[in-house]
Design a protein around this ligand. Sequence first.
Ligand SMILES: [Zn+2]
Length: 404
Amino acid sequence: MSVDRARLEGRIAELSAIGGSGTSVTRLGLSPEEQRARDLVGGWLRARGGQIRRDAAANLYGRFGGDAGPAILVGSHIDSVPEGGRFDGALGVLCAVEAVEALLDDGVRFRRPVEVVGWCDEEGARFGIGLFGSCAAFGRLPEGAARRADRSGLTIADALRAIGERGEPAAAKREAGAFAAYCELHIEQGPRLADRGIALGVVSDIVGILHARVTVHGRQDHAGATIMTAREDALAAAAEMILAVEDRARALPDAVGTVGEIAVRPGAKNVVPGECVFSLDLRARNEETVERLTRDVRAAIRRIGDARGVRSSIDVLSKVPAVPLDPALRDLFLRCAKAVGVDAPELYSGAGHDAENAQLAGVPTGMLFVRSTGGSHNPNELATLDDAVLGARALALALRELAG
Ligand SMILES: [Zn+2]
């Protein structure tokens, strides 16, 4: 398998220079930097004979192999979070390009078409719609997505028009049956592979996620004149509720619960808080556990509110189901990892990925994780060149089996 280590190394550096400063990369969705990255990747694909296309949601496709019929889709996302790292998303695009080139270098002829994809705006860091490009391609965009604006008031439609599209991202939807499979390589964003000293992992499921907003209504009062037994302190109640979220999530296997935002009204040091609003991010490996965690957290919030004499309400903002990935592709990636000398464990993904949109749309989907040290969504994230090469080789073997 002719994965070219120097070529991959050079391209990691070239791509991370776009929006990059040191090891930090800022390449937001639909920004000029993201477009330059698409141009760079598109140029590599075109040079190898790929048919290049940008769709209505600014996803980049490079198609190889002229035969009709469903394609094998392979890739990841091209954007980053603000001050993120060099590998999240980018490594999956680079390894997809490298895998295709390695097969072409080996003289493999594609029996099925292969499409390399660079998804637009996976992170949702600018417009607040995560997995934007793949949602558009698989018909899962939220209502009114094109009208979502960034902090400057510029909408997604405006940003698309600025790069020459019509401002209608929903038109990017691919026809049913366009793809026979989707494969995505991505860095593992947690420490499990690094802790175990293993270069590659195979993703079994992608977590289900519930996002909600909790509002606690207490009674605003004078901090000096209101005795402790006569208070309805919204913030003190919220504090106990937040600890309960942590406690309930700890009690369940493969579940996490996070409160990352909180606002207090009126927010003055000499006033007993009258209202408190906090966010809820509940995740688990499977649907039953998400449901169970949601029920447990709701019950705890109600109980704490009753005991403290405050009212509370929970508004569910979004709910993404847990997605088990395709069993046959899981086996294929396990075999391909083994073939490059890695006894890869199966892991679930605690982060959302473009892959879930493909699987939810009925496209059999598989994901390969590459070990990353230094976490993710920060400039310290690091996949070593050795690990990246192993990942690209395993991906190329899988592609050869699926399309060669
Ligand atoms: Zn990512």
